[in-house]
Design a protein around this ligand. Structure first.
Ligand code: ZN
Length: 682
């Protein structure tokens, strides 16, 4: 179980956790708080940190120190992603900030866009697609612009001329054949030699695999994540690790990480959290992966602290062998209000189970809700910046998860920023039928979509029983049926007066926003994520189409839901919301029966009838309409700025948060204030 990085990757769609009927890629050109700027295929957003002002002074100081630590590893990630990245970034920044440069020239504008993309991807390869993206300015312009920069501003090695720097960087940046992919996963090739990432130097895939196979002990009850925190190199014919630690590779940056962690330890909320920080410092100091295990075990058991963090070598997606972890950081604190909401739902789990439309023989006699913790991000760093996940599920070591548990959280303020930014993107205006539905969506959809996710997660998956021996009976249809079940549980209860009674929804209109969105998404708009000619493959998308198509078809006799043509465009119209709810209840009962009894034939029949096939004409129409909106499929964030307020003696007495920094200003500031590594790291 990895962190929910699928989300980070598919920023296009906000594939939230395993549920949530999110609308696809939306962005906007309007200049509200959440939208910062758009270029290439990227949109930059801003997020708020609600509740920060309510933290105690010590908690604010803790967030401040940890957020400083979160920015110290940015250069590490650039170098991990490719060995020329730091030189390229610094050369481009020197040109970008050179007062002699004509900022109005077309070539300069192209260089600005390229630099913004390099910042976004923490290197020269696309953060999601992994392919190298090319500058649109000419190599000649690049060379002339380099020569216009004061040489002291350039990332020149000792004695190196600008000509040599240019000759080094030119093919790396401009030649499609050189380092074309950051992570190559194609079978049959040497994955190390064909990947541009900087985790291995001078070794082949076979040599690397042999090196680590020798270290592994299959009988170890506390397995070590060999290779996680080092570069593997061959020097003088010997394959060896260069460990990332305070007196090793990347030590200049790690020393600053440790400096800020030591400060953080002085304001830890409790002894457990203090021990977590101290164990992380120890790991950064020794580089010993046993110390990493100790740290991870301590971290997963710190459940009482309001402030929490991730800091270090964490995810291995950037290594084709999946061994070496990129540096990342996230500082966060518990969102008390949102967590209260999920707790309230969980506390009433038995009521929801008892009152569901499911056949009593398939209900749980005793049901326990799961209480999901909702957090707000305070800062994003390393491989979580600017593109980020919206959920975290750590640690990655399975034996630690099994023995000590794991932490699974959703990042509320990031989800909220995505939602808010999408308003006014033109997406709803294009696809929603009339001002009546638009009004419902603008008033209630953020709330009801979140609630739907909460019920899906806290109750849906845990509801119902499965008859003995039937756990895996649905085979390849199992995932789609299970998601369908959890989604329906959420949809059915969104329209229940119980939610108004509990204060979770304001009235009996709110649910209609979620119902409309769900039907529009399932019948039409989720198709923007599928290429013309393809059918629905992904299991969450299948589950959404299954529910929407089934309800549409079954409700036809009563005209519950219609597809209406207006001015040559197709729209979803919901004519009878209470009847739609009854249909969701009917389907929930049948899906629960299929799941409880392991009825494979029925599962296959219902999935094949409703979940997979796409109407090509409607698909084409949706894609055409979507293309006119000109939306950027990938999104990332600028961070807030934290400023420590000191008294006359230099003690921090408060920390203030501001949100007015631009994308380029922030990147340049990080490159000045948080750049601790040399341009070449060997
Ligand atoms: Zn789910």
């Amino acid at each position: 179980m990895k962190k929910v990085t699928i989300l980070k990757a598919v920023a296009a769609s906000l594939l939230v956790s395993c549920s949530s009927p999110k609308k696809p890629a939306e962005s906007t050109q309007n200049n509200n708080f959440y939208n910062v700027e758009q270029f290439a295929d990227l949109q930059i957003l801003r997020y708020k940190v609600p509740g920060f002002e309510d933290l105690s002074t010590d908690q604010k100081k803790l967030v401040y120190y940890l957020s400083q630590a979160a920015l110290t590893g940015r250069d590490i990630l650039f170098d991990q992603n490719g060995k020329y990245n730091l030189r390229i970034r610094r050369a481009l920044e020197a040109i970008y900030t050179n007062p002699k440069e004509d900022q109005n020239s077309e070539e300069f504008k192209k260089l600005s866009t390229y630099l913004k993309r390099v910042w976004f991807s923490n290197g020269i390869h696309h953060h999601y697609g992994m392919d190298k993206f090319l500058p649109e300015f000419s190599p000649e312009y690049f060379k002339e612009a380099l020569l216009r920069v004061d040489a002291s501003e350039l990332p020149l090695a000792s004695g190196e001329s600008v000509d040599v720097l240019y000759a080094t960087l030119q093919p790396v940046m401009f030649d499609t054949q050189v380092l074309p992919k950051r992570v190559n996963q194609a079978h049959g090739e040497d994955l190390i030699l064909t990947s541009a990432c900087n985790y291995y130097q001078g070794v082949t895939q076979a040599e690397a695999e042999a090196f680590y196979d020798k270290l592994k002990d299959p009988n170890d009850a506390a397995p070590i994540s060999y290779g996680l925190n080092s570069r593997l190199v061959k020097e003088n014919g010997v394959v060896q690790e260069k460990v990332w630690k305070i007196d090793g590779l990347y030590g200049d940056a790690i020393a600053l990480t440790v400096y800020w962690l030591e400060k953080a330890a002085t304001v830890a909320e409790n002894a457990t959290q203090k021990a977590v920080i101290e164990k992380l410092i120890k790991f950064y100091t020794t580089g010993d992966l046993k110390d990493f295990n100790d740290y991870s075990i301590e971290w997963v058991q710190d459940l009482d602290s309001r402030v929490d963090f991730v800091n270090g070598f964490t995810e291995t997606y950037g290594d084709p062998l999946g061994l070496k972890a990129s540096w990342e950081s996230l500082v966060n604190f518990k969102d008390i209000d949102a967590t209260r909401r999920t707790e309230l739902i969980s506390q009433n789990a038995q009521w929801f189970e008892n009152n569901s439309p499911v056949d009593p023989q398939f209900k749980k006699k005793e049901v326990k809700g799961v209480s999901a913790k909702v957090i707000n991000a305070a800062i994003l760093g390393g491989d979580l910046y600017p593109a980020t996940a919206i959920g975290i599920n750590l640690p990655n070591a399975n034996w630690i998860r099994n023995n000590y548990g794991s932490k699974s959280v959703t990042i509320g303020n990031i989800t909220d920023a995505y939602n808010k930014a999408s308003h006014g993107s033109g997406f709803d205006e294009e696809f929603v039928y009339s001002p009546v539905e638009l009004d419902l969506i603008n008033s209630y959809a953020d709330l009801t979509d979140e609630l739907h996710t909460d019920i899906h997660e806290c109750l849906g998956h845990g509801s119902g029983i499965i008859l003995p021996g039937k756990e895996d009976a649905l085979k390849a249809y199992g995932a789609t049926i299970e998601e369908t079940r959890a989604d329906l549980f959420g949809l059915y209860y969104l329209a229940d007066e119980k939610l108004v009674e509990l204060g979770l929804t304001p009235n009996m209109d709110a649910y209609k926003a979620a119902y409309y969105n769900y039907m529009m998404n399932g019948l039409m708009t989720q198709l923007v994520r599928i290429e013309l000619g393809n059918n629905v493959e992904e299991s969450h998308m299948r589950n959404r189409q299954l529910i929407a198509q089934w309800a549409y078809q079954k409700g036809k006799a009563d005209n519950v839901v219609e597809l209406v043509n207006k001015d040559g465009k197709t729209y979803v119209v919901v004519n009878d919301y209470p009847k739609l709810r009854a249909l969701f209840g009917e389907l929930l009962s049948e899906i629960q029966r299929i799941r409880s009894t392991g009825d494979l034939d029925a599962a296959r029949a219902i999935v094949e009838a409703y979940a997979i096939n796409v109407d090509p004409a409607l698909h084409k129409e949706v894609l055409t309409r979507y293309a006119t909106l000109n939306l950027a499929p990938y999104k990332g964030f600028v961070n807030p700025v934290y400023t420590a307020v000191e008294d006359a003696d230099g003690n921090i007495v408060d920390v203030q948060v501001t949100y007015d920094e631009s994308y380029a200003d922030q990147m340049l500031r990080y490159s000045t204030d948080y750049s601790f590594l040399p341009s070449v790291n060997n």
